[in-house]
Structures are given as structure tokens and as C-alpha cells.
Design a protein around this ligand. Structure first.
Ligand code: PLP
Length: 221
């Protein structure tokens, strides 16, 4: 099952996005066992994304052979567990978090790669900078010494309204292109999950984070 799902997804995204860019598949591993994670990596997954720091740490050895990303909401006091281990932190959603990552990375002589999280749908329940603030946030955060901002991350709202989702996703692509024009090293737009990854790629995402469509439905936790 996992093997077939990974193969089918890799095949489909191998066509890239309409901007001629390669699309990276990140397997979202929250609630999955180490054995499931290892199977996905053996099946060809090159990057995994975990949501909780404790699970990231516990499963870290199972991530061998893939890049380990952190994609969940991150508390400032848990940053220390990720530095030196997370190849990319997708969820930088506030200045204080960015400063803490930079200061801990600096202490370890490391440079932490991060994405700036954007609240694309302006949802109360979600973290991230508003679209309007994002370029200002990028300016402040990319000035920090031990961070490398590689792009933007967005979660689209849960909605059946395809027109709305396409509008938000293409708005994110525009924001990403503005960011890329103004700042060095911007190359990732992380957008799209099991329910909306095709729409996200069609609108210019180049990194999708997929859990359910690889591993099956999650048990409620
Ligand atoms: C769980 C999660 C995903 C994947 O969700 P699915 O719907 O299972 O594909 C992607 N991104 C983030 C931040 C997540 O928490």
C-alpha cells in the first residue's frame, strides 16, 4: 500500500509544475510508526516532515536515507532539539521563533534552513504571517545571521471551493515570486497536502507535504 502510493505520487509529480520546476514530495509522518516511515523511504521518499518535536526526536533514526524536515507548530523552548538535525524548518511563523533559531544555530556554528509560514487564507486557527506582512517579515528574518530563508510555506484552508483555493494558491505563487525577486536564495514554495496537492502544484507549488495519501487515514490522537 505505502509502496504503491509513493510510486504513484512520485510518478505523477515527476512532471513538475507549470513553471517548469521540479516538485519535491515530503512525506508527512505524524502518528506513523518507524516501520511505516522506513517503508516510505525505501519506496523512494527523499524527504520526511514531522509535526511534533518529541516525535521528530524519537523517530529520527528512522529518517535515515531521507532529509528530515520539521513542519509543525514550533515552541521556542523546543528549537534546541532541531538544530543540527532538521534539514529544513517549514513553520517559522513569528519573529521571536526566527530569532531563537538563529541564536541557537549560531551557537552551534550552524546555518538553519527555514521557510516563512504564510497564513494564506487568513484563518484565525492557523499560524503564519499574513500575506501583506510576509515580505516585511522576510526582510527582518533574512537579516538574522544563522538563518537561511529558502522560501515560503502555506496551508490552504480546508474547503471544497476550488475557485477559492486556486485563487489563494496562485496568490501564494505571486508572493513567492516577489520574494524571489527581492531576496537571495528563495527557491521553495511548500504548499499542498493530500486533499489539495494537485491544485497546489497546478498553481505553482514546488514542494508538497503528504501524509494520508501515502500512509492511509490517520487514527485520531
Ligand atoms: C499533517 C500535515 C500534512 C499532511 O496532511 P495530509 O492531509 O495527511 O496529507 C501537511 N502539512 C502539515 C503541516 C501537516 O501537519
Amino acid at each position: 500500500m505505502i509502496e504503491e502510493n509513493v510510486a504513484a505520487l512520485l510518478e505523477e509529480i515527476s512532471r513538475g509544475n507549470p513553471f517548469g520546476e521540479k516538485v519535491t514530495l515530503v512525506a508527512a509522518t505524524k502518528t506513523r510508526t518507524e516501520e511505516e516511515v522506513r517503508r516510505a523511504i525505501r519506496a523512494g521518499i527523499c524527504a520526511v516532515g514531522e509535526n511534533r518535536v518529541q516525535e521528530f526526536t524519537k523517530k529520527y533514526s528512522a529518517f535515515e536515507g531521507a532529509e528530515a524536515h520539521f513542519i509543525g507548530r514550533l515552541q521556542t523552548n523546543k528549537v534546541k532539539y532541531l538544530i543540527g538535525k532538521a534539514a529544513l524548518i517549514h513553520s517559522v511563523d513569528r519573529d521571536g521563533l526566527a530569532r531563537e533559531i538563529s541564536s541557537l544555530a549560531e551557537r552551534k556554528n550552524a546555518v538553519q534552513r527555514v521557510l516563512i509560514e504564510v497564513n494564506a487564507g487568513g484563518e484565525e486557527s492557523k499560524g503564519g504571517f499574513s500575506a501583506e506582512e510576509t515580505l516585511f517579515a522576510l526582510e527582518r528574518i533574512s537579516a538574522l545571521p544563522a538563518l537561511k530563508v529558502c522560501g515560503l510555506m502555506a496551508m490552504l484552508p480546508l474547503s471544497e471551493d476550488e475557485a477559492l483555493l486556486s485563487r489563494l494558491a496562485s496568490g501564494m505563487r505571486k508572493l513567492y515570486e516577489e520574494a524571489r525577486e527581492r531576496f537571495e536564495g528563495i527557491e521553495i514554495l511548500s504548499m499542498g497536502m493530500s486533499g489539495d496537492w494537485r491544485l497546489a502544484i497546478a498553481n505553482g507549488s514546488n514542494m508538497v507535504r503528504i501524509g494520508t495519501a501515502i500512509f492511509g487515514a490517520r487514527n485520531p490522537v
